[in-house]
Ligand binder design. Structure first.
Ligand SMILES: Cc1cc2nc3c(=O)[nH]c(=O)nc-3n(C[C@H](O)[C@H](O)[C@H](O)COP(=O)(O)OP(=O)(O)OC[C@H]3O[C@@H](n4cnc5c(N)ncnc54)[C@H](O)[C@@H]3O)c2cc1C
Length: 402
């Protein structure tokens, strides 16, 4: 292995939240950091997340929080413990983006957007001497050099430490398209295939239903699929459903759709009532009234609820249909439209400090690693925590060398 420069040069590829956090940590310790990104501006997905209020993390108890990462919870545990949801809140507060806990326990900056936080963050990085190199599209390795395409020219860079923070494969127009998998493949590293995560599902609406209701939300419903159940909100789309409650069940539904089509998801239109209570309330409205009137008067159901019952329900067993309306899902929305991606670099190909076993001095952080979680702040938290975790180890190993 070649000796380190003095001071050691660190290249971060990817200026999303993971790459920027790692650059902040290492530059604060006095290490020179260069960040490269293919886009003309930084953190486009982070800014897009800001359009939904920027759900930075979640306030629930640490053990519950960790369960949100499913099979990779134990891999992420040391990272989340090293930079916890409270640490993330303190960090945002320190950048003037004071946070609050919403009614669902989710944590947001009070401004409910990402741009003020990002502006303050970039000022801090600039003050710490971090150099940003935009429009630098990483093309892979050439012997020990990193190769970038920049304004139709090829640039080679040979840092001491490389940190890959290249993101997943959803919403490719925001910069991360998973193309990096081929560059690592050229070095013999295969990844867990990308799959959509936190995405909508396809179902066949009638033409009349689609024309009238696509784009409308259904609030305060409960979705149940097998042992998975979530109360919340969903959105009717032209070709199916999406939204918070759907995303919470999306991994289980996606996995099921890989072996069976269609799968049936049950929608409870009145989760606060039991089947018996629904039956009682329906019985109080005379049956000679129209179905719509009965449902509206007895249960305050809207035209959307009623159209759903007509499209998917069994009208001879109304109470049962209201409590467990079967939605037949035929597929997932595409990776391009998913909020995040599952798959990526396998933890088995990384050391505990997130260094690639096959490529010493090359680290990987953020969404490009093979973990997944639902929306709720868990995505950004894992990106930030993995960055802090890797930065701590990089800083310790560099400081330990003569
Ligand atoms: C609509 C939407 C809303 C979201 N809302 C939330 C939310 O509220 N809460 C939450 O926790 N998460 C949310 N997320 C997810 C969250 O934004 C991502 O998980 C997070 O941005 C991933 O961070 P990252 O740094 O790992 O990757 P990214 O943010 O994707 O950054 C990767 C960077 O790498 C660059 N790059 C990729 N390939 C190359 C290459 N070959 N050469 C050079 N540069 C390259 C890209 O241009 C990009 O800037 C949302 C996502 C979307 C799409």
């Amino acid at each position: 292995m070649s000796p380190l420069s003095s001071p050691p040069q660190i290249a971060v590829i990817g200026a999303g939240p993971a790459g920027l956090m790692l650059a902040e940590r290492l530059s604060a310790k006095g290490f020179p950091v260069d960040i490269y990104d293919r886009m003309p501006s930084v953190a486009r997905k982070f800014l897009m997340a800001g359009r939904g209020g920027l759900n930075l993390t979640h306030s629930e108890a640490p053990e519950t929080f960790l369960t949100r990462y499913g099979a990779t919870a134990e891999r992420l545990r040391p990272m989340i413990e090293a930079f916890s949801p409270q640490d993330l809140r303190n960090w945002a507060d320190g950048l003037g983006a004071e946070t609050f806990v919403g009614s669902s326990g989710r944590v947001f900056p009070k401004a409910l957007k990402a741009s003020p936080l990002l502006r303050a963050w970039l000022n801090r990085l600039s003050a710490q001497g971090v150099c940003l190199h935009l429009r630098h599209d990483w093309q892979g390795f050439d012997d020990t050099a990193l190769v970038f395409s920049h304004n139709s020219e090829t640039r080679r860079v040979t840092p001491d430490i490389t940190v890959l923070a290249l993101g997943g494969a959803s919403w490719p127009r925001l910069g991360a398209d998973g193309g990096w998998a081929a560059h690592l493949g050229a070095r013999g590293i295969t990844i867990a295939p990308f799959r959509p995560a936190n995405m909508g599902f396809l179902t066949q609406w009638s033409d009349i239903f689609r024309a009238r209701f696509a784009g409308q939300p259904l609030k305060n419903i409960r979705l149940t699929f097998g042992e998975h159940s979530r109360q919340g909100e969903l959105m009717i789309t032209r070709d199916g459903i999406e939204g918070g409650a759907v995303y919470a069940l999306s991994a289980a539904l996606r996995d099921a759709l890989e072996t069976t089509t269609p799968v049936t998801l049950f929608l409870d239109l009145r989760p606060e009532l039991s089947v018996g209570q629904v039956t009682d309330k329906l019985a109080r409205v005379p049956t000679h009234q129209s179905l719509s009137n009965r449902l509206r008067k007895a249960l305050n159901l809207s035209p959307l609820h009623i159209a759903l019952l007509r499209d998917c329900g069994n009208l001879s067993d109304l109470a049962q249909s209201i409590k467990a309306l079967p939605l037949r899902l035929t597929g997932t929305q595409s990776l391009e439209r998913a909020i995040s991606s599952a798959g990526g670099l396998r933890f088995d190909d990384l050391t505990d400090t997130l260094e690639l076993k096959a490529l010493p001095r090359v680290y990987a952080i953020g969404e490009m690693l093979d973990w997944e979680a639902s929306t709720g702040g868990y995505l950004l938290q894992a990106c930030f925590s993995s960055a802090v975790h890797a930065s701590t180890h990089i800083s310790q190993s560099l400081s330990a060398r003569p």
